[in-house]
Every structure is written in C-alpha cells, then in structure tokens.
Design a protein around this ligand. Structure first.
Ligand SMILES: Cc1ncc(C[n+]2csc(CCOP(=O)(O)OP(=O)(O)O)c2C)c(N)n1
Ligand SMILES: [Mg+2]
Length: 403
C-alpha cells in the first residue's frame, strides 16, 4: 500500500533524513470556485423566475423559434428537391440560435459554424444568402461586414481563434465590440478550441463562447470524445467562468448570454457557456441517425422541445392564444414560401468568381489557375466568357478588396 507523502521519510546512509515539503509559497493563481459552473443547467421556464420574464422578450423569442423551425424544415426539403447540396438542421437547437443573435448589438460580431444559419438569419442576414455556401454556389455567399457575421465555418472550431483575434484587436483599438462564437460539443476537442480559450483568457478579450452540446459529433456521442465533468468545466482550466444552461429554455439562454456579453463588454473578459440541447434531426440530410441512436432518446427530448416549453409558459401567462399562434405560424409559412420560390430560381454564376475574394493580392499560382479556367470556358462557349488572353486579373477585375 502507498504511504501518504507526509509520512514518507527517506533515510540515506550517513545523511540527515530527507523530508519532502510543498513548493515554497504555492497558491492557486486564480480562485477556481467562482469560475465553476453550477451543478445543474440554469433554467427560467418552469421556475419562479419565469413569471418575471419580460413578455415582449418571450413573444419575440417565440416568433423567432417558430420561424427558425420552419426555416429548418424548408431548407431540408430543398435538399431533397436538389436545390441545396447539404443542410445541417438545427431543429431542437433553435433557442440557442435565436438567443445568440438577439443578445448582440449592431456593432458586435457573430462567428457561426455550419449549423448556425438560423443565428445568422435571426441577426438579419438574407435567408437565401445564408444558404449560398450550402448550395455550393459561391464562397461565403454574403458580405461578412454587412451584418458583422463571419462566414459559416465548416472546419471545426477554426472560427474560435478568429473571434478572439477580432475581439482582442477591437479592444486594442478602443472599439466597443463583443464577439460571440458558436461551436459544437465535438468542436471542444479541437486544438483551436484550446488555443482560442487560452488566448482569450490571458488577454481578457471581449468574447463569449457558446458551446451547443447537442449530444453528438456526427455519430460520436459526447461520452466517447470527452471525459470532462461538463463542457462548461473546461473554462476553469483557462481561468474563465463556465456557465451551464438549459439550451432548450430560450429565456434562460438569453439571460446567460446577455450576462456574458455584458461582462465581456465591460472589460470582465471571456465566458464559456455550455448549452445542453439535442440535435433532433440527423447530422445533415446525408446522415442516417438511426444507425447510432435509438428512438427512445429522441422521444425523451421531444418532450423538452424549445418551442413547446415556451408555448406552455406563454399560454399559462395568457400571453398567447390560438389567434396569435396562428399569426406566428402564418408568418413563418410566408417566409418559407418566399425562401422556396427564391431558391427555385437558378442563380447566374460566373465560374471565374472562384478566384475572387481569395487573397487581397492574387498569387502567381492562382493567376495561372485562373488563366487555365478562363481558357477552358472560352473553348467551351467562346461567346459566354471574357477574353481568354486577358491575364490573371479576371473578367471583372475580381482581385477582391483588402478588408
Ligand atoms: C477540423 C475538422 N475535422 C473534422 C471535420 C468533419 N466534421 C464535420 S462535422 C463534425 C462533427 C462536429 O460535431 P460538433 O462539434 O458536436 O457539432 P455539431 O455538428 O453537432 O453541431 C466533424 C467531425 C471538420 N469539419 N473539420
Ligand atoms: Mg454536436
């Protein structure tokens, strides 16, 4: 049996006893207790706090959740009609998506992942532009500067160091800007997650990380990719607070994120928020979730649906009647019909745009590739392209700008 260190005494022949002592003057560099997440996810709905929640906020959240769900079903339908290459649905996660958009001010920045089209649309992005990348039509599909929404990011967690860099730079310039970055549970096992959180805490950057723990990284359940007590606990190792919230409770997510944004804005530094939620649909339309999870789990979460939870509260408080519910549903239906109609129109694309907005100044290699494509297009349809000998500049001077 091992002895405890306090009783270990090593007698060396001819020398005094060696008694190990703790390192001098050691103390924790930060008190970890205030950084620890609560043992249970924070909730508003179904608790006493719900009665005090602002009716206007609850109704806004409700309207956005219903629209978001309808957007998800419409986009998924568009994949079946061949109008969209792929769609990662966020059905079940709408409360996180909507709250993330609503807590930001105009000057703030959103850093979404591929699953976060709803957050981008709720922030004001054109619903069709939000799908351009997933249609495979163009680069990002929108101007990130217009609504301050970084490109929907497909490489896992790479949006996180970008968010930290932007937030830190804004602070150095004295700009009042907060960056909110979204990432999945699987993304927290990436090196970029570590690097982003480490720099964010050291620099006290005005950034908020929202982890949507939806239970899976494609087919890999959370337990198979992390042994952390919770994802919110990961914050403590970096020296920032971790908050745990019920990700299907829209006012709770809104409150926790608002507090984190306010903390970042007022110089308090970054926060890691873990929202516990569930991905009701498959990873994307190309995935078959029945191969790795049972119906029983999905059914359990159906009872904890974000729209259902909010609807119950609104109805109980007399804030939502059948007429109002119908109006919200009709508005969502109209949005979906317009999306369908616009997505059914074939976009006019210029293949040479592949080379636009890649670098501020085009590299020699890209220039050669552009020339090759231009020549190929001209050979196929000479009348439809610009001058094949025009050089590396592209048919409409598409060097991109340097922002
Ligand atoms: C760097 C990197 N590695 C692997 C992938 C392939 N991949 C795409 S989605 C995904 C799972 C991500 O799961 P999670 O972070 O939980 O997000 P969710 O899809 O559940 O929203 C993986 C491994 C990728 N896109 N980028
Ligand atoms: Mg996930």
């Amino acid at each position: 049996m091992r002895k405890s260190s306090s009783t270990t005494v090593q007698e060396l022949p001819g020398s005094a006893a060696y008694r190990p002592t703790p390192p001098p003057a050691w103390r924790p560099r930060t008190d970890p207790a205030p950084l620890l997440p609560d043992p249970e996810p924070f909730r508003v709905l179904g608790t006493a706090a719900a009665a005090a929640a602002d009716p206007e906020l609850l109704l806004t959240l409700y309207t956005q959740l219903v629209r978001g769900r309808r957007y998800n079903t419409q986009a998924t339908a568009l994949t079946k009609q061949g109008r969209l290459a792929v769609y990662p649905s966020s059905t079940g996660q709408e409360a996180c998506e909507v709250a993330a958009a609503l807590v930001l001010r105009e000057q703030d920045w959103l850093f979404p992942s591929y699953r976060d089209t709803l957050a981008a649309v709720a922030r004001g992005l054109d619903p069709v532009q939000a799908l351009t990348l997933l249609r495979g039509d163009w680069h990002t599909g929108y101007d990130p500067y217009e609504h301050r929404i970084a490109p929907l990011c497909t490489p896992l967690a790479t949006q996180l160091p970008h968010a930290v860099g932007l937030a830190h730079a804004a602070r150095l310039k004295g700009d009042d800007v907060v960056a909110l970055a979204l990432v999945g549970d699987g993304g927290t096992s990436e090196g970029d997650f570590h690097e982003a959180l480490n720099f964010a805490a050291v620099w006290r950057a005005p950034v908020v990380f929202l982890v949507q723990n939806n239970g899976f990284a494609i087919s890999v359940p959370l337990a198979k990719q992390t042994a952390a007590p919770s994802l919110a606990h990961k914050a403590v190792g970096y020296g920032m607070p971790g908050r745990l919230v019920d990700g299907n409770d829209a006012p709770a997510v809104h409150q926790v994120l608002s507090e984190a944004v306010e903390r970042a804005r007022s110089g308090g530094g970054p926060t890691l928020v873990e929202a516990v939620t569930y991905r009701m649909d498959a990873h994307t339309n190309a995935d078959d979730a029945t191969r790795y999870r049972g119906d029983a789990d999905v059914e359990t979460w159906r009872e904890h649906d974000p729209i259902l939870l909010l609807e119950r509260e609104l109805t109980a408080r007399g804030l939502l009647d059948d007429g109002h519910r119908r109006t919200v549903a009709d508005g969502a239906e109209e949005m979906a019909a317009l999306l369908r109609e616009r997505m059914n129109a074939d976009p006019v694309l210029d293949p040479m745009d592949l080379f636009a907005e890649v670098y501020a100044e085009r590299t020699g290699q890209l220039g050669e590739q552009a020339d090759l494509l231009r020549a190929e297009l001209a050979a196929e349809a000479p009348e439809a392209t610009g001058d094949p000998g025009a050089g590396a500049g592209g048919p409409r001077g598409d060097e991109g700008d340097a922002r």
